[in-house]
Design a protein around this ligand. Structure first.
Ligand SMILES: [Ca+2]
Ligand SMILES: [Ca+2]
Length: 160
């Protein structure tokens, strides 16, 4: 799965046990050198709402959002800065295909996988309990029609 907002050594992963950021870099960065900002509200989020750990198998640093209800930040656009690395990502509950909208395309994925066990978010498991069922449908229905505005574009190249 490709995300538009991939940044350097940092990658937002929606299909993990819960949403997380993976940092593929040699040395772990301490929590005090991490910063999470909600770029929708300009709110700086305290780093004690993040959990930083190192994955034994890969040596990657994993950043989880354990300080939020159900370990998922509220809907919005975010910027994570960790050491010298920066990543933009967004959270929108119910948006299964990650196009910043909750609509019939997401419903079609969810209904097509209804009853599937060992499911992931991209199959429609919106509450991350491993199964696509009525609980996920309820989340979809409460979010149906919501969208995130297109974020301010960052210039990819400067005219000289
Ligand atoms: Ca969608
Ligand atoms: Ca579920």
């Amino acid at each position: 799965m490709a995300f538009a907002n991939e940044g350097g050594d940092l990658r937002f992963e929606v299909d993990a046990a819960k949403p997380q950021v993976r940092r593929h870099a040699e040395r772990p960065v301490a929590a005090e050198n991490a910063m999470l900002k909600n770029t929708t509200t300009d709110e700086i989020i305290k780093t004690n709402r993040l959990e930083l750990s190192v994955e034994e198998k890969t040596g990657d640093q994993i950043i989880r959002f354990t300080g939020f209800p159900n370990d998922i930040p509220p809907d919005g656009d975010y910027q994570l800065q960790i050491g010298d690395d920066r990543l933009q990502f967004f959270v929108l509950a119910g948006d299964i295909n990650r196009d910043r909208k909750v609509d019939t395309m997401d419903f079609n994925i969810l209904s097509g996988n209804f009853g599937v066990v060992a499911a992931s978010h991209s199959n429609g498991d919106l509450n991350y309990d491993g199964t696509v069922d009525s609980k996920d449908l309820n989340i979809f229905q409460s979010q149906n029609g919501k969208s995130l505005p297109t974020p301010a574009t960052q210039p990819s190249s400067q005219p000289s």
